[in-house]
Design a protein around this ligand. Structure first.
Ligand code: 6GU
Length: 241
């Protein structure tokens, strides 16, 4: 690190900051952080509670199960974290009611210099948090997770790999699954040539680059087609969002 401002910064507001710091301490993200390309900071919303028991949630008005995250600690945390650095971040709220995360949205997010991500737990956020902050609301799919942390990690994971320099090989985002909408990558093989009677396709061993490219194109097309069929035959996967 040379003290330069990282090209991409993510601040995550959560009740479980260690989920995020644990994730950020491994693998590609760890390398990108130590190279100074990206920064990921996790903040505990509880630190902005004014309650002597550090409470951040309360029962819903109107009754019903579960607890709701309160306006004051969340918005105080959000405003304090926004003020930590000069450039304001795009506010992002992780919620199953949000816009479905896809590669197009990932690409949009990667053009941002800074995200401030709000992760909820319990039954959700007091709606006035959304009304005050006016965040981009993002969902990772039509199912319910126990909190926004795992969805936030999926968003961060997909986004940082588009930040220049994070992946070693500049080409490796070009060819891969979803760089064209709905397009899936061709199958890959490595040693050994034969595993439990399953052989590597001959074309990959022949050294004919033209033939390899043609085979991969065909395989990619066939896989993408199968993806469409799977979605069509599975009403859950086809649900709109
Ligand atoms: Cl962003 N949050 C939660 N809690 N569940 C989800 C989600 C987000 N996206 C899909 N399911």
């Amino acid at each position: 690190m040379d003290g330069a401002v990282p090209r991409f910064r993510v601040d995550v507001l959560t009740l479980f900051p260690e989920l995020i710091t644990g994730y950020a301490s491994q693998s590609l993200l760890k390398l990108a952080i130590s190279a100074g390309l990206v920064a990921v900071e996790a903040w505990n919303i509880r630190d902005w509670s004014k309650d002597k028991h550090q409470r951040v949630d309360d029962r819903p008005f109107g009754g019903g199960p579960g607890m709701v995250l309160m306006c004051e600690p969340v918005i105080d945390a959000y405003e304090a974290v926004q003020a930590k650095v000069e450039r304001p971040g795009l506010p992002v709220m992780m919620t199953p009611a949000g816009r479905r995360l896809d590669q197009r949205l990932v690409e949009e997010l990667a053009t941002s210099e800074r995200l401030v991500i709000l992760c909820g737990r319990y039954e959700g956020f007091d709606d006035r948090i959304r009304q005050v902050i006016r965040p981009l609301e993002v969902s990772i799919g039509d199912y319910v997770c126990n909190g926004g942390e795992v969805p936030a990690m999926a968003l961060i994971d997909a986004t940082i790999r588009l930040i220049p320099g994070v992946l070693g090989d500049a080409e490796s985002t070009e060819d891969e699954s979803h760089s064209e909408p709905g397009r899936l990558e061709y199958p890959q093989y490595t040693r050994p040539r034969d595993y439990r009677g399953l052989a590597v396709p001959d074309v990959l061993l022949g050294g004919n680059h033209g033939a390899v490219a043609k085979w991969r194109e065909e395989q990619s097309r066939a896989r993408s087609q199968r993806g469409v069929e799977r979605t069509d035959s599975n009403p859950g996967a086809a649900a709109s969002g």
